[in-house]
Write a protein that binds this ligand. Structure first.
Ligand code: AMP
Ligand code: MG
Length: 344
């Protein structure tokens, strides 16, 4: 299949420029598109055959439900049973990198919810994503636009690498600004609020609006053998490079830096670290400045892809602190490492 690669400047474009991808979506085809979190692989959420193509193109297990993307927060009422908590979250954080799981009302194709009684809804803030949803005239079901199990894509070139030839269109709207998938919070009818996946909207920010928010065990712990995770995407291993990733932890930052410095001397190792902690070398990749976790979040997936190259047999990275967006980083890195931690 020929893949159309469509470059759009998110700061300056007209909606007509999205005619081709909007028509493809409305006609049941797949389009990869930019969002502020990661690139999405979209299909009409109303068309079951189209949604099934997403699972096929990604090699995604069919028990893992999809998030629907809407053009404005109010559209959630059509598909979900919303309440005051949703409206408060919408007021504070939407459009933006937040997904809300609520009781399912009906109206989307069965493959979207994978048989669950709940539905996950998000309204992205990326102007190209919103314009595409509006112009297609349907909610767009979309997971991250990567092969299942691989790091999520934060640039259109990553998407081309994973899905080129398999889908008819990729929209290049520049690199993702958050770089990690959306925060997912589940609002239960009994009043419980549960963080299923941390992201750019932090736990602290959610608590500021909702009061109590519990954290799913799945966020920082591997699933118990045989257990069915609350968010079916929270598998043991996910976002994983081909070479094994090891997370280095110590009570002292200097010890971690020293370990990484030594590891970098072996050119079969790749080292992901903060600027300044390990001298530059072809096998050393900088996540950014240690004080700026947003930078780290933005770079993580791209660096996991870069470091995963010929001749690299092991990847080492420091385990980040769990405060703020660090919780999301830790969650992604633990899964990318399949929970391999090196205590020093
Ligand atoms: P992705 O779009 O690849 O970032 O994955 C979507 C995530 O949302 C996966 O972890 C899914 O398991 C999760 N998800 C989607 N719908 C639901 C739902 N109804 N309840 C809980 N988690 C969901
Ligand atoms: Mg994904």
């Amino acid at each position: 299949m020929k893949t159309e690669f469509l470059k759009i400047d998110p700061e300056d474009f007209s909606e007509e420029a999205l005619d081709l991808p909007a028509r493809l979506i409305a006609g049941g085809k797949l389009v990869a598109f930019p969002t502020e979190t990661v690139y999405g692989l979209g299909a009409s959420a109303l068309d079951d055959a189209a949604v099934k193509r997403i699972y096929e193109a990604k090699g995604r297990p069919s028990f893992n439900p999809l998030i629907i993307h809407i053009a404005s927060p109010g559209e959630a009422d059509r598909y979900a049973v919303t309440d005051g908590r949703y409206r408060a979250l919408a007021e504070a954080f939407m459009p933006g990198p937040l997904t809300v799981v609520m009781p399912y009302r009906g109206g989307v194709a069965p493959s979207v919810t994978a048989g669950l009684s709940t539905i996950a809804v998000r309204c992205p803030v990326h102007p190209v994503a919103r314009a595409l949803i509006r112009r297609a005239g349907v909610p767009i079901a979309a997971p991250s636009a990567n092969l299942s199990g691989k790091p999520s894509t934060t640039t259109a070139d990553h998407v081309l690498h994973d899905l080129g030839g398999k889908i008819p269109c990729i929209i290049d709207g520049g690199p993702a600004s958050v770089g990690l998938e959306s925060t997912i919070v589940k609002l239960s009818p009994d009043g419980e609020n549960l963080l299923l996946r941390p992201g750019g909207i932090t736990l602290e920010m959610l608590r500021g609006v909702l009061g109590e928010v519990a954290v799913s065990d799945a966020v920082l712990h591997p699933p118990a053998p045989g257990a069915r995770p609350e968010s079916p995407g929270m598998l043991l291993k996910h976002y994983a490079p081909d070479a094994p990733l090891y997370l280095v932890r110590s009570d002292k930052r200097e010890k971690v830096d020293l370990f990484l410095k030594k590891a970098a001397q072996d050119r079969e190792n790749a080292v992901l670290c903060f600027a300044g902690s390990v001298p530059p070398a072809p096998n050393v990749y900088y996540l950014g400045n240690a004080e700026k976790e947003e930078e780290e979040a933005k770079n993580l997936f791209a660096l996991l892809r870069l470091s995963d190259r010929d001749g690299i047999r092991r990847i080492y990275a420091p385990l980040p602190d769990a405060a703020g967006i660090g919780l999301a980083l830790q969650n992604r890195m633990l899964r990318a490492a399949a929970f391999r931690i090196k205590e020093i």
